[in-house]
Design a protein around this ligand. Structure first.
Ligand SMILES: [Zn+2]
Length: 285
């Protein structure tokens, strides 16, 4: 792997894939960010301690972002972008509705950027009173063209939420997956946002839809810039997760017994247990 693909992760990397109710604690302070070059004209802006990603496609006709972190991170994101381009941000694509992926929308819209998300993500943002509602939605797929470069958007099956989308940069053979894939210390637990329509059972299909695209580099929603092989391994893990959960529920295991397994074998921590264990057991019942 190219050196510039390696993301430094703090030893204290936190548990990620945050549901909105926990955003306050993580979005209260601006994160320390860094810029990682993935292609000549594609960069990732990533947190050191809470490594959620922003992807930036730079063109002569403007910048396209995938995700924009919390509102409080906006100024630092723009500062890093300004080190590589003076072009305005024309589009921001939200991979899903969570505030650590869509929180910068309002500030970018004030700079005349167009925010794009799935219909489901927009509906959930309305229901949860989030600012910066998307200006443009898609139900299945869409393509954008900026500065002569193509950007393809694919809504996938319910996984992390019911409105997840994957972005393909076809000429670059790069995808940005949002939180249907996370890869790196403290980020790998599969967090299903049940109140946002997520599904552990459907999750493997979402990853399969991503794997059906033509790419070699993967920018996950949180964590390290990755390869197709990393995403394939993650797909196996989502299948194993479903199989293990099905079996535990079929055997009538207690909540505590299931908790012990997801902690030991699937990296779940307190946050995941509190926000998603009951939903997970219900889904497989
Ligand atoms: Zn998320």
């Amino acid at each position: 792997m190219n050196n510039n693909l390696i993301v430094r992760i703090g030893a204290t990397a936190l548990s990620l894939l945050l549901a909105p109710q926990t955003h306050a604690q993580f979005g209260a302070e601006p994160a320390e960010l860094e810029l990682i070059q993935v292609r000549d004209d594609i960069y990732v802006i990533s947190n050191v301690a809470v490594p959620g990603t922003v992807t930036a496609l730079i063109t002569d006709s403007g910048v396209l972002l995938v995700d924009d972190k919390f509102e409080i991170d906006h100024d630092n994101i723009m500062k890093l972008l300004r080190t590589v381009t003076s072009q305005p941000v024309k589009y921001v694509i939200n991979t899903h509705y969570h505030g650590d992926h869509s929180g910068g929308n309002a500030k970018l819209q004030a700079l005349n950027a167009v925010a794009v998300a799935t219909e489901q993500a927009r509906a959930t943002m309305i229901a949860s009173n989030q600012p910066g509602l998307p200006d443009f939605t898609l139900s299945d797929r869409a393509a954008l063209y900026i500065g002569g470069k193509a950007v393809e958007l694919y809504r996938v099956s319910a996984a992390h939420t019911n409105g997840d989308l994957v972005v393909l940069f076809p000429e670059h053979r790069v995808i940005a997956t949002g939180d249907i894939f996370a890869n790196g210390p403290g980020t790998s637990a599969q967090l299903v946002d049940y109140s946002g329509g997520g599904s552990a059972k459907e999750w493997p299909k979402a990853v399969e839809a991503a794997l059906a695209l033509d790419f070699d580099t993967v920018i996950p929603g949180h964590g390290l810039v990755s390869t197709r092989a990393d995403l394939e391994a993650y797909h196996e893990r989502t299948l194993r997760f479903s199989a293990v959960l099905s079996e535990l529920v079929r055997q009538g295991k207690s909540r505590a017994e299931i908790e012990a397994v997801v902690r030991a074998d699937f990296d779940w921590e307190d946050f995941h247990i509190q926000s998603a264990l009951d939903g997970l057991i219900n889904e497989f019942r």
